[in-house]
Design a protein around this ligand. Structure first.
Ligand SMILES: NC(=O)c1ccc[n+]([C@@H]2O[C@H](COP(=O)([O-])OP(=O)(O)OC[C@H]3O[C@@H](n4cnc5c(N)ncnc54)[C@H](O)[C@@H]3O)[C@@H](O)[C@H]2O)c1
Length: 395
């Protein structure tokens, strides 16, 4: 394989017509065309680029969605909402139309397609995409709407289809739909020999059965739930309290967000996945239980912007009571999209280097990292840099 073909990397986005996916595709196309600089792209920092990542220009996009609005329409809506610069979309119209041609209909949990057929169809789509574009490898990134959490009782059954691969195969062969859609996509990715990144809090690759299948397939995976806003700030501040031996008594968070993600999280059952993922970091960093109420409200008027108010009550020497309050307002997709490109490039490089299973070194990018218990951002950064140095040295 020549050098160019070795680097050509497929990025297959599940939820490809969503805000984050559309922003990631537009951003990569704009960067490739010299219409955007590298602000927000961690993979362009020398310590991370040292891994020998595929270039942004080497990325080829495809994906699944169950929505039907075209990428150009989605990009125009994001430009109207001031997420994307208005002048970009007309300049990239042809490139977006080409990416549109690589999009396929996804797995619809409300549809009547047997899950086994859907998984086979998705795996075929991935193999055809790799063949058509002469790709060295494909990384599948889940950017679809957050799903409700899986019933924990189903995870406690060692002979059940969420734990045991042969029970899963049997359930699929009987025509059942044992997996949430996010995990069905992960299974299809592994069957096609692709690595998987879960940017959402959905179960996806985290189910025990999927972890076993990934190990058997010899592919790496990373997750879960991109760390882009309030939890990012938390994962910097919480280690400060711990290192100064200050006792955090409570950490209350109130989040408002609009957009498609906000609308999905307006359902309290679905929001439970997100609040669980957002609260896990705090106690792990502080090393003790903390009263940490967390609330998420959908405010349609905020569009793609999210605002978090946090109130941290803490105790110092001799019991002195103090507090810290912060407000964070972020553009959801502008924060998330560059991380999607970073994760695709890093996971592709890890796959090329022969890594298998959860990529704990990518914890830096996630609220609920798999493969490590480290939640503090500085320690995660050091682990990432060390991983990239090792990848660079083995080339
Ligand atoms: N924006 C951020 O900062 C951020 C941070 C962490 C995680 N996330 C997660 O990223 C995901 C995407 O966020 P968004 O703002 O782009 O949401 P969005 O609502 O704009 O997009 C979601 C897309 O997924 C599609 N979809 C739904 N079910 C699907 C299925 N079964 N198969 C294929 N496609 C399906 C929808 O049609 C839609 O196009 C969400 O799960 C969100 O929680 C976002």
């Amino acid at each position: 394989m020549n050098q160019g073909a070795r680097r050509r990397t497929g990025v297959w986005l599940v939820g490809a017509r969503g805000s984050v996916a559309t922003t990631a595709i537009v951003g990569a196309l704009a960067f490739r065309a010299g219409l955007a600089d590298d602000v927000g792209l961690v993979g362009q920092l020398p310590d991370v680029a040292a891994a020998g990542l595929p270039d942004v220009a080497d990325l080829v996009f495809g994906g699944h969605d169950i929505g039907t609005r075209s990428l150009v329409e989605r990009a125009e809506a994001l430009a109207a909402g001031r997420v994307l610069p208005a002048h970009l979309v007309p300049l990239l119209r042809d490139d977006l139309a080409e990416a549109e041609r690589a999009l396929r209909h996804g797995l619809d949990p409300a549809g009547d397609e047997p899950q086994a057929d859907g998984i086979a169809r998705i795996a075929d789509d991935l193999l055809a995409f790799a063949k058509e574009h002469g790709l060295a490898r494909v990384v599948v990134v889940d950017l679809s709407s957050t799903e409700p959490p899986v019933d924990p009782a189903r995870l406690d059954d060692p002979a059940g289809p969420l734990v045991d691969p042969s029970a899963l195969e049997a359930a699929l062969a009987e025509g059942g739909s044992p997996l949430p859609a996010s995990s069905a996509y992960a299974l299809a990715a592994y069957r096609a020999g692709s690595a998987f990144v879960s940017f959402t809090p959905s179960a996806g690759p985290r189910l025990p059965v999927l972890q076993r299948v990934a190990a058997e397939a010899g592919v790496p995976w990373a997750g879960s739930d991109g760390k882009t806003g309030e939890t990012l700030v938390k994962s910097v501040l919480a280690p400060m309290f711990a290192a100064r031996a200050l006792r955090v008594r409570s950490w209350a968070s109130y989040n408002m967000l609009g957009g498609g993600d906000g609308a999905t999280l307006a359902d309290p059952v679905v929001a439970a996945s997100k609040t669980a993922s957002k609260t896990r970091a705090l106690e792990a960093i502080l090393g003790h239980q903390v009263d940490a109420p967390m609330h998420i409200d959908y405010v349609a008027d905020h569009g793609e912007w999210k605002t978090a108010f946090d109130h941290v009550a803490f105790e110092g020497f001799l019991g002195a009571r103090m507090s810290l309050q912060f407000t964070w307002t972020g553009c959801d997709s502008a924060l998330a999209a560059p991380l999607v490109l970073d994760l695709a490039r890093l996971t592709a490089r890890a796959h090329e280097a022969g890594c298998v299973g959860p990529l704990g070194a990518l914890a830096f990018f996630f609220k609920d990292p798999a493969g490590t218990d480290e939640h503090g951002l500085c320690a995660q950064w050091e682990a990432l840099v060390s991983f990239c140095r090792d990848l660079g040295e083995e080339r």
